[in-house]
Design a protein around this ligand. Sequence first.
Ligand SMILES: Cc1cc2nc3c(=O)[nH]c(=O)nc-3n(C[C@H](O)[C@H](O)[C@H](O)COP(=O)(O)OP(=O)(O)OC[C@H]3O[C@@H](n4cnc5c(N)ncnc54)[C@H](O)[C@@H]3O)c2cc1C
Length: 348
Amino acid sequence: MQPILLLVHTESDGTLAKHALESLSAALTAARESGCPLTVGIVGGQVQPAADQIAAAGADRILGIAGEAFGQPRYATDAAATEAIGRAAGAAIVLAPSTSRWARVLPGVAYRLGGRADTHITAIQWRDGQAAVTRWFYRQRMEAVLTREQRPWVVLLDPGCFAPWSGPAGSAPVEMVAVEALATRTTVTGIHAPQADQQTIRPDAKLLLVAGAGWTKKQADGAIHGADAERLILGFLHATQASLGGSKSLVDASGEGEAVLGFMTHLNQIGQTGSTPRHRKGLSTCCHGEEPHVVGWRFVNERRAINLDANCGWARGKADVVYVADAFALMEQVNRTLEASRLQTTRV
Ligand SMILES: Cc1cc2nc3c(=O)[nH]c(=O)nc-3n(C[C@H](O)[C@H](O)[C@H](O)COP(=O)(O)OP(=O)(O)OC[C@H]3O[C@@H](n4cnc5c(N)ncnc54)[C@H](O)[C@@H]3O)c2cc1C
């Protein structure tokens, strides 16, 4: 029986991140339900720490490709490594976390292996011995269950859909796979990343704060209060470690050089043409709550909104609670309360 292959890459310290462990849970369930053996393929600068991390998971076989060339994401080396593992494993179904590194390379590798790839998969099940995967279409408005005849079938799993595997570390043997001589023209010279405290997109945060265009509009006194908006939003993010989302109107204004919030980029956009994050709670501020925006809240279950307009979209059944209030005044008060409780906790 052909095995199921789980393909993961390590982090810079050689271990597996949460998304890879979520995919391991999915792969273990798939192996159990299908009765197929499970092979785990690991690529990275070093792979033994990752193999030891998941030693107790019970994979039937662990294949590895390690070396300096595989410590960094790069199409040529990643494609060569995953293709070599794919051939060595001889799997019909290949599962992988949909990290930016794998999402870039695995559809091409599926083609090299003569198979097919599907992305943004949120569930996998076995029906009459056949694998079937679930994904959303049209910005999470329709859910479909797909099967495919072509093999290998490479399935990229979205984050936040499976509980991450956890278990004690141990010691697991890794069968190292050789890779053909690599011709690489790309040299990784370093990584430019914002400092941790400047990073406003936090996928694992429990709370999403959305800022809408109202923050940059003229207020009751006829003036724009951009500096106050920045201070209030950043103060809230700092106190709560919430993730920051924006409406399209706001992020577009940022791109067009209008008076805006300096930290807001198109990556923050939530909605039909933005992202669909999976935070437990969401607080919308100065955003009208129109459908193309709210469709990005598909997986945010507890929703609140602050809007001056009692007739805004949120008030029409899209939020659990709507505060009809001035967000500047309300967030000032919220931040003051958060600061007071922080000081109290520090004193205790
Ligand atoms: C094909 C298509 C795709 C789209 N995709 C997206 C998408 O991915 N994401 C997205 O966001 N939009 C998307 N849109 C645009 C969407 O329809 C709206 O235009 C946009 O979401 C509006 O942004 P907004 O609510 O921030 O701004 P506005 O509509 O300008 O609303 C601002 C709100 O702020 C409130 N406000 C102002 N001052 C205060 C204050 N002091 N206190 C409280 N409230 C205040 C106002 O009452 C108003 O409701 C798309 C549209 C189309 C046609």
